[in-house]
Design a protein around this ligand. Sequence first.
Ligand code: NDP
Length: 472
Amino acid sequence: GQADIGILGLGTMGANLALNIAEKGFAVAVGNRTTAKAFALRDDNPGIGENILPTESLEDFVAALKTPRLVLFMVTAGRPVDEEMERIAPLLSPGDVMIDAGNADFNDTVRRSTAVEATGLHFVGMGVSGGELGARHGPSIMVGGARETYPLLEPILEKIAARYEGEPCVAWLGPNGAGHFVKTIHNGIEYADMQMIAEIYGIMRDGIGLKPAEMATIFADWNTRGLSSYLIEITAVTLAETDPDTGRPMVDVIVDEAGQKGTGRWAVIEAQKLGVGATTIEAAVSARGVSSRRGERENAAALYRDVETAGVEFGGETDHIAALEQALETAKIIAYAQGYATMAAASGEYGWSLPLAEIARIWRAGCIIRSRFLDDIARAYDTGENVVNLLQAPDFVARVAAGEVALRRVVAKAVLAGIPVPALSAALAYFDDYRRARGTTNLTQAQRDLFGAHTFRRLDKEGVFHHRWPAV
Ligand code: NDP
């Protein structure tokens, strides 16, 4: 065979990834359930098409590949991945590598990895972020799987990945499900980041009464400083857009029901399993769920009178926009700290040794949460000291300390005005819980001991105790 790599599945992501690989000078064999797409991909892309080898059957596809074969699946996540793997496995030879580059549940990746590695073939679970444009021109790539397969993939992946100041945004992150787990957390952080931006937009719209075009200017300004990121940039772009049909701001004609494909929910579920509070991500996932029941919300709006907003003057302070900026920046740090805490816990639980600094580095470009801020996170984890949580990294301690009051004021005002801020307030609640040395679960432990003899430990003595509580 001639091809350096093969891609099965030429939907949005597969086709764009194939073009990216071919453009970088690698020969890529392509196959698709609907075979015509493979030939169209070659024929419709003059100049790049010569590196694309369309195939009509799995046999042709396998025969087109150099050995050891690199077979990358970019099909709909779930059953289709298992089906394709089962069909091609008998045609492969020991040492060949199957790569699932879709958005897999990392639990599936662990299962597939174990099954495949037992047969002498290799399995790689690879998270690809950046959507259609990322796949075409440079995604952020999170690789997990057998370490010995990475040198086979690295030359191709380093060429097709996004670059941040020249450094390719791709890395091997750990065995089996590590890559897909990190991609899941990336998406969870993305949910939280987007939700918090939407909450600030809600305050600007319903609290201050700003027009979308005015907000666009503010977000564009924020994009020049600490919050600078792709998500803030596209917020400014979307808010500035006018609907060609009505002449109204585009955002004003869009239905307030958010879609979701499930990766945010996975992030929350995995955080819960690990006993980590990813409350900002949970708030974001829940908010999308509530948003999707619009009819129910409209009924509820009629049942409750408007909140008395007298005394809650968002526009009353000259620095209110600066306060919103600082509140968002502070909440964002807390949300990222939760995502990173989830990865740190998973790393211990699954024995992965996830490189947290490296993860921040490969997220600096190509992916949806790309930002300069991730460079700060990389530096915090790069100090060599064991950073137990971003909220304890010196640089972030200073930033949160500086922004805490703004976050408190913004959340408090929004709450008084009845403007929902589920993610911003979750960030604040988590922070207040996290920074309190003497918590309140001593009472919880007393209750548990009373009703279930669950025992407790004491502050003044070693050991495990049970108290004879009065009978209730
Ligand atoms: P599309 O819906 O565009 O394409 C799906 C592909 O899967 C098609 O090639 C389709 O073949 C193939 N397929 C579906 N079912 C089967 C099956 N049972 N057997 C064989 N082939 C099948 O999906 P995307 O390209 O958007 O997504 C692919 C993966 O990438 C998903 O896991 C997705 O979550 C992930 N992803 C998507 C992103 C995006 O922005 N779209 C971003 C990051 C990851 P056919 O042409 O014959 O229908």
